[in-house]
Design a binder for this molecule. Structure first.
Ligand code: ZN
Length: 390
């Protein structure tokens, strides 16, 4: 039906420009606005924009759909009244009353008069509320949203002046401290990224203060004994947010994570270790970061399918430490000769190199091996984050 009406109007654009229909056209606009408002009921602004509404249109339609509309109030007045009410303090209990006063006035006013009148009512109410010194405290709020597809969370809130001042003082101090250590010309962060980094610094200050004074654990990461190491793996935490490998490294390196809880295959807790001492976990994390894949030349088998091989065999006193461990896939692990007479691995400059029976030395230079943090550090690829633990 609406499609037909559109066709008829498109035809009118060609045939019928007579002024007689002008009043009808205005009524039509009114009907269209009411119809779009009803259709938009329960829809989000994003859905409206997807359907073709512009951002401001989407905002107005959604606002109309979510508010009472006196049937006698024309759409233009309705939008202006709701626009003025946007500014009303959320703590006001007179919203409905103000709407009704404005709606009654709209019947005999120009849109401009309606707008001015509603703005005046809103201003008076806000001024009244502003007399109350506790209003900002009553409005205080903070909420952290759910994790999105990247693992990040939005947050928003409202702080009374005292909280805001405290926050600003800390943020500004963090901001200045950070600026002082950087070369302004090299700093490619946007201003809002800098603010976000300052915010994070404030959280770290709070966290280090908490540790030295109370010693309570705040963040526990839960891993299973053989969690596969790739970037997609998410580790549960006691705060209900999932972290990936980079997050864990980022936080445990700075000792924000207090405990790493290791589970066996049945889910039972095998060990609860302080993050900085979780050697086994961190060794595997390091191997993943340094080697990325099997160290046999030409092999692309990822860390999650590899064994940690003792370069100097354990039976000959080789320690279970990072500088004596290298990743090997099961197939290539079997080819290694622990007597070192045939093909075997040796460590050279902290990374494994394959030594063949004739003495030829070869590193794995496969495409996957070149993605590893260790490779990136040695052969320098400045745009990638090198993921290694010290
Ligand atoms: Zn291999």
């Amino acid at each position: 039906m609406i499609a037909q009406a559109t066709q008829i109007l498109e035809q009118a654009l060609v045939d019928d420009h007579s002024f007689e229909s002008f009043g009808d056209l205005l009524r039509l606009k009114e009907v269209v606005a009411r119809l779009e408002t009803r259709m938009a009921a329960g829809k989000s602004r994003r859905e409206l924009e997807k359907a073709g509404a512009s951002a401001s249109e989407g905002y107005r339609i959604e606002r109309r759909a979510n508010n009472w509309w006196n049937p006698d109030v024309p759409v233009e007045h309705q939008d202006l009244i709701l626009g003025a009410l946007d500014k009303l303090s959320p703590s006001s209990e007179r919203r409905t009353e103000i709407y009704q006063l404005a709606a009654a006035a709209a019947l005999k006013s120009t849109p401009r008069q309606t707008h001015e009148y509603t703005k005046k009512l809103v201003r008076q109410e806000n001024e009244e509320l502003a007399q109350d010194p506790f209003e900002a405290y009553r409005q205080r709020r903070f909420s952290l949203g759910n994790q999105d597809e990247h693992g990040g969370c939005k947050f928003n809130g409202y702080a009374p002046a005292a909280t805001a001042a405290l926050f600003k003082a800390l943020i500004d101090q963090a901001f200045r401290t950070d600026q002082a250590t950087r070369d302004e010309d090299e700093d490619r962060r946007t201003i809002t990224q800098r603010e976000a980094d300052a915010f994070e610094q404030v959280l770290r200050w709070a966290s280090s203060d908490r540790r030295s004074h109370t010693g309570h654990c705040s963040l526990i990461v839960s891993v299973t004994e053989w969690d596969e190491f790739d970037w997609q793996v998410k580790f549960g935490t006691n705060v209900g947010l999932d972290l990936n490998l980079m997050d864990v490294d980022y936080l445990s390196g700075d000792k924000v994570i207090d405990y790493i809880q290791v589970h066996d295959h049945n889910g039972a807790v095998k060990a609860l270790v302080t993050a900085s001492r979780s050697a086994n976990f961190h060794q595997r994390l390091s191997l993943f970061g340094r080697d990325g894949v099997c160290q046999h030349p030409g092999c692309n088998v990822p860390a999650s399918r590899c064994d940690a091989h003792h370069v100097v065999p354990w039976s000959r006193g080789g320690p279970t430490s990072i500088d004596n461990l290298a990743l090997l896939c099961p197939k290539h692990h079997r080819l290694i000769d622990d007597s070192w007479l045939e093909d075997h691995l040796e460590m050279e400059l902290g990374r494994a190199v394959m030594v063949q029976a004739d003495g030829t030395r070869k590193r794995n230079e496969s495409p996957a091996a070149q993605q590893a943090g260790g490779w990136q550090v040695v052969y320098g690829h400045p745009t990638r984050i090198a993921f290694t633990l010290s």
